[in-house]
Design a protein around this ligand. Sequence first.
Ligand code: NAD
Length: 372
Amino acid sequence: MILSVPKETAAGETRVALVPEVADRLVKSGLSVTLEAGAGAAAHHPDSDYVEVGAQVGDGWSGEVVAKVAPPNAEEIARLGQGSVLIGFLQPLTAGETVRALADAGVTSFAMEAIPRITRAQSMDALSSQATVSGYRAALIAAQQLPRFFPMLTTAAGTVRPAKVLVLGAGVAGLQAIATARRLGAVVQAFDVRSAVKEQIESLGARFLELDMGLEDAEAAGGYARQLTDEEQAKQRDLLAVEIGKMDAVISTAAVPGRPAPLLVTETAVRNMAPGAVIVDLAAETGGNCELTEPGETVVREGVTIVGPLNLPASMPDHASSLYSRNVQSLLELMVDEGELSLDFDDEVLAGACITRDGEIVHEGAQKAVAA
Ligand code: NAD
């Protein structure tokens, strides 16, 4: 079986779907790997490193399986052969046009986002591997932007109190942001609508922020949060505005799959913060958790620096690509039998991750996205 790896073309995308180390393992397992020239360059992997492990440089689109990071654009979809298999982040719940085009092109596509989050599939969980990078980088950005120290310092010139950091949303990215901010010495609090995360927050040395929202628990299917009602959201925002005012930095990561990010940090909350405080809004890509976030920009509003980063994993392409490649490798192991492509759609992981097949859109969430 030939696996092709194209060069990513989306603006700002520096990651590559396959790093030389994983290419080496795949070649040794009997696959043939073809890489588009320069595909790994932005992730600091020159073509020669791939050639050294037995991969070829050539057409990144003609293999039976094509592994990508970002969703393909229309031109790229046209380069995929009918019946070929595409693996990548495909945004199946929101990118209706891409999904439709993949079905029309007769491509069998698998979205990394749609891999069921079950124990057996943990090694394929690219949402988690990339969110780990985002959470880490978000804490570093907050520390870098803050005109104060994160740790407590006792110096000859006096004692410096540690920074107070609030992390909103304690999923994979939020937990990594908590851990990173703690390592830098900040005093960290965190809030989530899923009460199951209280213990995880505390195990990282942070405090779970209790808000008297009258909310039982907002955990929905698959361990994700459900969308709060309008009334619950309004109450949450009011209570948070008071707590946010006490913070030096807020790192917000709250998300509900397939929906715009919930608004948690109002203009009033920003106004309550001290001048020089920082907000890093990881939800900027889906509209932002903060009312004043400008996606892709760093702005100062009411004296507060608000950072709205896009595609943070691309800011650390070496490790982000390594982790992603291992996720792809694990998924490929399910798809390949003795060096040949063999797709078992009775397997719940492949069935769950499949978005288009035989000209049809087979994923329920993607069907809704296309209908919308
Ligand atoms: P996510 O990116 O969808 O959301 C980030 C966080 O925001 C979540 O913790 C969510 O509860 C929280 N959130 C949503 N609305 C909120 C609001 N209004 N206020 C505050 N917080 C809000 O989440 P994720 O990081 O992808 O993780 C989702 C779940 O999946 C978690 O339970 C995680 O432990 C679980 N998970 C399971 C596996 C596995 O078993 N293989 C792997 C990874 C993650």
